[in-house]
Design a protein around this ligand. Structure first.
Ligand code: SAH
Ligand code: SF4
Ligand code: F3S
Length: 449
C-alpha cells in the first residue's frame, strides 16, 4: 500500500559517507512520490529526517547538537516529526527516544524503505515508532528517481562489511556483507545510462570482495567489465580494500576505458605494526606492490587514501613511516583523521599513553606532507587539456563553472559568454589548465572540434 502525505513538507539532513548520500536519494524519491514537498530550510519542514553517522565521535556530537537545537525552530504547522535513521539510528535504536527527547521515528540502516510506513504510523497513532529489523536478504534496492545530480548516480553493489578493522564501527551498524545480484546491478546501470547519467560510482564498504557470498562468482572484475560495456562515460567505485585488490580487478580496471584513472585505496597507516593492530591484513610492502602494479597498468593513475593518526600505541617511528609512505606514493588526495575511540570495537579496549597534544602535532605535520603531495600531483596538469565533467557553478562565484577531471580534481573556469549554465551541467568538455593549487585547478573551456 502506498500512503500519501499530500502537501506535507520535508527536509533530509545527511551526515557521513556515500552510503548515506545514496540513502538520501532513496528517502527523497520515496517522499516525493508520496506527494510530499522538499524544502531547503528547517523552519519550513513538517518532517525532518536525519541520516546519521557514528564513524567518529564528532559526528555523534553533531547529531545531538542539531536535534537539540531544533527545539528552538518552530514548525510550519504546529507539530513537527523528527526521524533519526542511518548508523546512529541502527546503533542506539529506541534509546534515542529518551536521550534526544523529541524524536518520533528511529529507523536502522536496513529499514530505509520502511520510512513512509513509519511516518503513517506516527501520524495515526501519535506515538514514537522504531524499526531496526535486519531483512538484508530481501534487501530492497529500488532505484531512486530523484538524484542529487542528474548526471551522476550511486549504484550500490553490496551492503555491509566483514572486515572488522579494530577501530571501526561500520560492521556493527551496517551488518555483514551481502552482494547484490549481478544481473540486477547491470540492469540498473543500463537504466541509468539510458536516463542520461554520465558517471556511475559503484558503492560498497569493500567492493573488491563482491561475490564472495555468491559462491565466489561473478566477481568485482566482471562488474567493472560489464558496467563498462553499458556506454557509461565515467565509472568510479568506493571503497577498495587493499587486501582484496586482485590482479584480475587491476586488469579489468586497466582494460575498461570508462574506469577513471583514479583509485581510492585507503591505507590507514604506513607502519606494519599498526596495520596489524588495526587488523588490516596487509603490509606496507604489499600495498606498495599494488600501487606499482596499478601504475604499470595505467601509468598516469592518481591515488587517494584515508589515514588515521593516533591509533592506540602509535609511536613517533610508526608515524614517520606513515609520512614516508605518503611521500613514496604521492597521493593526489588524502582524507586524514585523528583516531576516535568507538565503544564496542576491539581497539576501544587498548590503552594509550600518547597525549592529545602529541597526536594533534603529528596530525598537523601529516597535513603539511599531504598538501605538498596534492600540490605536486596537481602541478602535473599545468598546461594540459583535460576533460572536465561540469557539475554546476562555483559556490562563491556564479560566473565560474566547476567540474571534475578524470582524476577527480576540482576545476574552476569562467562560464563562457552567451551560454546558460543549464546547457553546461552534465557535459564533459575539454579544458586547458592554466593554474594549479593544492585543492583545485583553474582553466578555460576550449572549443570542441
Ligand atoms: N570501508 C571503507 C571506509 C570506512 S569509513 C574503508 O575500509 O576504507 C572511512 C574512513 O574513516 C576509514 O577509511 C578510516 O580512515 C576512517 N575511520 C574509521 N573508523 C575510524 C575511527 N574510529 N577513528 C578515526 N577514523 C576512522
Ligand atoms: Fe571499517 Fe575496515 Fe570495514 Fe572499512 S573495511 S568499513 S574501515 S571495518
Ligand atoms: Fe558513517 Fe555509517 Fe558511513 S558510520 S561512514 S555513515 S557507514
Amino acid at each position: 500500500m502506498t500512503y500519501s502525505f499530500d502537501g506535507m513538507t520535508y527536509l533530509v539532513k545527511t551526515f557521513g559517507c556515500q552510503m548515506n548520500k545514496h540513502d538520501t536519494e532513496r528517502v527523497e524519491s520515496m517522499l516525493d512520490s508520496r506527494k510530499m514537498q522538499r524544502v531547503e530550510r528547517e523552519e519550513l519542514a513538517d518532517v525532518i529526517v536525519f541520516l546519521t553517522c557514528c564513524v567518529r565521535e564528532a559526528a555523534d556530537t553533531r547529531l545531538m547538537g542539531q536535534v537539540a537545537s531544533l527545539k528552538n525552530v518552530p514548525a510550519p504547522h504546529g507539530k513537527r516529526i523528527i526521524a533519526v535513521g542511518g548508523c546512529i539510528g541502527q546503533r542506539d535504536g529506541e534509546k534515542l527516544i529518551d536521550t534526544l527527547g523529541h524524536v518520533d521515528i528511529v529507523f536502522g540502516t536496513h529499514n530505509v524503505d520502511e520510512l513512509p510506513a513509519l511516518l503513517e504510523e506516527t501520524l495515526q497513532a501519535h506515538q514514537a515508532c522504531v524499526s531496526l529489523r535486519d531483512h538484508s536478504e530481501t534487501a530492497n534496492y529500488e532505484i531512486p528517481f530523484h538524484r542529487e545530480h542528474s548526471f551522476h548516480a550511486w549504484l550500490p553493489i553490496m551492503k555491509g562489511c566483514n572486515n572488522f578493522c579494530t577501530y571501526c564501527i561500520v560492521p556493527y551498524v551496517r551488518g555483514r556483507e551481502i552482494s547484490r545480484p549481478f544481473e540486477e546491478i547491470i540492469r540498473e546501470a543500463e537504466i541509468l545510462v539510458s536516463d542520461g547519467v554520465k558517471e556511475i560510482t559503484l558503492l560498497g564498504q569493500n567492493v573488491n570482495s563482491y561475490g564472495r557470498d555468491l559462491y565466489g562468482a561473478p566477481r568485482f572484475a566482471d562488474i567493472l567489465r560489464r558496467v563498462g560495456e553499458t556506454g557509461i562515460q565515467r565509472l568510479r567505485f568506493a571503497t577498495s580494500h587493499p587486501k582484496d585488490l586482485s590482479d584480475e580487478t587491476i586488469a579489468a580496471f586497466a582494460e575498461t576505458p570508462a574506469c577513471m584513472p583514479q583509485l581510492h585505496l585507503p591505507v590507514q597507516s604506513g607502519s606494519d605494526r599498526i596495520l596489524k593492530a588495526m587488523n588490516r591484513n596487509y603490509t606496507v610492502s604489499h600495498y606498495l606492490s599494488l600501487v606499482e602494479k596499478m601504475r604499470y597498468a595505467l601509468p598516469d593513475i592518481s591515488f587517494s587514501t584515508d589515514l588515521i593518526v593516533g591509533f592506540p600505541g602509535e609511536n613517533e617511528e610508526d608515524f614517520k613511516a606513515t609520512l614516508e609512505l605518503v611521500r613514496t606514493v604521492g597521493y593526489g588526495q588524502t582524507f586524514t583523521f585523528i583516531y576516535s575511540k568507538r565503544a564496542g570495537t576491539p581497539a576501544a579496549d587498548l590503552l594509550d599513553s600518547t597525549s592529545a597534544s602529541v597526536i594533534q602535532e603529528r596530525f598537523n605535520r601529516l597535513v603539511e606532507v599531504v598538501q605538498e603531495s596534492a600540490y605536486t600531483q596537481n602541478l602535473k596538469e599545468l598546461n594540459q587539456v583535460v576533460d572536465v565533467l561540469i557539475e554546476g557553478t562555483s559556490k562563491r562565484d556564479a560566473t565560474m563553472l566547476t567540474g571534475k577531471t578524470p582524476k577527480n580534481q576540482t576545476v574552476h573556469m569562467p562560464l563562457p559568454e552567451d551560454v546558460s549554465i543549464d546547457d553546461m551541467v552534465g557535459h564533459i568538455i575539454p579544458v586547458k589548465i592554466e593554474e594549479t593549487r593544492t585543492w583545485y585547478l583553474r582553466g578555460h573551456g576550449i572549443e570542441m572540434a
